[in-house]
Design a protein. Structure first.
Length: 96
């Protein structure tokens, strides 16, 4: 059997054994690594999109929470003063 293998290799050494080279190309790990990174990216993107969709649905579900958030942002930016913030905040609490 080894004699047949040796003869077969002498006749046609194969694509990686041209010109006397006996090893596979050194860049062969690039393909499995790239394939793995591709699937990791697909899973991460899917997780991100699902998480974003859930967060957007929760924000739309409670308009009072969104109103309180906008009020707090305006107060933090200095668009409204403390008295106006507390007055509007108490109004939001009373309406809820």
């Amino acid at each position: 059997m080894t004699m047949l293998t040796t003869l077969a290799m002498q006749i046609h050494p194969g694509p990686w054994h041209e010109n006397g080279a006996t090893d596979a190309p050194a860049w062969w790990p690039v393909f499995p690594i790239t394939f793995g990174l591709f699937w990791v990216a697909v899973v991460v993107a899917g997780f991100y999109l699902v998480r974003r969709r859930i967060a957007a649905g929760a924000a739309q579900a409670d308009p009072m929470a969104r109103a309180r958030s906008v009020l707090a942002e305006r107060f933090a930016r200095g668009e409204i003063d403390e008295d106006e913030y507390y007055a509007r905040s108490s109004t939001l609490r009373n309406d809820a």
